[in-house]
Design a protein around this ligand. Structure first.
Ligand code: UGY
Ligand code: MN
Length: 247
């Protein structure tokens, strides 16, 4: 149900943003057809990456050429066939793919209504380290672990923890009452989508009730903390930039 009388939970602040499903307006993005695409986060907000939500209609698809941009895609619902370079696989909800810079990728025959969340970043090569390879995986098969020893906060790392990668995408799952152990303040930037459940996100000096479908941008050094609330677990998928020189 739309929010009443011009009210919104959305907030665009200097170093963070919250965008709810009620706020979405579509963009036309080259390479994506038969779909509605919402550019949730990009340079216009101050970010150094882009986060897009694509909802396919019947006969939709995406076909992106090789460029300096790398793409991580996570299928939120439905199914489709993903191709990255020469790798090709039918995928369902919870599957993900990573297309390195310099490789073409496509999503074909998506089921009508299927949704994919994309994170895109210009790849920064690391001298002496070969570029990452294509990945197609299933998050259900990725072993998680307690975050800093807390079993109420489970972290799954979807991309290899290797110097070749300059971005990470993880899933955090919290039991009701589970929370980040401390208020993080760090140089890495985040793009995040709530996958399920509810909680409260602290961003800078504001606290926001959040739920499935909400998207958050955290700029470098945005103070951040989360607690899962309600009777069901809460989880989110999030991006961060990693593994590159401070200067
Ligand atoms: O990886 C992270 O920085 C993570 N702990 N941040 C977050 O969940 N807001
Ligand atoms: Mn963080």
């Amino acid at each position: 149900m739309p929010e009443l009388f011009g009210h919104t939970r959305a907030r665009i602040a200097a170093r963070h943003a919250l965008i709810t499903p009620h706020n979405h307006v579509n963009s036309i993005v080259p390479g994506i057809t038969g779909a509605t695409t919402v550019v949730l986060i990009n340079a216009a907000l101050g970010a150094k990456f882009a986060q897009l939500l694509v909802t396919f209609q019947a006969a939709g698809g995406a076909a992106l050429g090789a460029s300096e941009v790398q793409t991580f895609g996570y299928l939120l619902s439905g199914d489709a066939t993903v191709s990255v370079g020469r790798a090709k696989q039918k995928i369902g909800a919870g599957f993900y793919f990573y297309a390195p810079a310099g490789k073409t990728w496509s999503l074909t025959a998506p089921s009508p209504g299927s949704q994919v969340m994309l994170f895109q970043k210009k790849y920064v090569p690391l001298a002496g380290t070969p570029a990452p390879k294509a990945i197609i995986g299933d998050s259900a098969k990725v072993k998680g672990g307690p975050f800093l020893g807390d079993p109420a906060a489970n972290l799954q790392v979807l991309l290899p923890d290797a110097p070749a990668f300059d971005m990470a995408v993880n899933i955090f799952a919290y039991q009701p009452g589970g929370h980040l152990p401390f208020v993080e303040v760090h140089v890495m930037e985040h793009g995040l989508v709530m996958l399920g459940g509810q909680g409260v996100y602290r961003l800078e000096d504001s606290w926001y009730p959040v739920q499935a479908g909400d998207v958050i941008w955290m700029a470098p050094y945005c103070a951040q903390w989360f607690v899962a609330m309600g009777k069901t677990p809460a989880s989110y998928l999030y991006y961060k930039d990693v593994n590159r020189s401070a200067l």
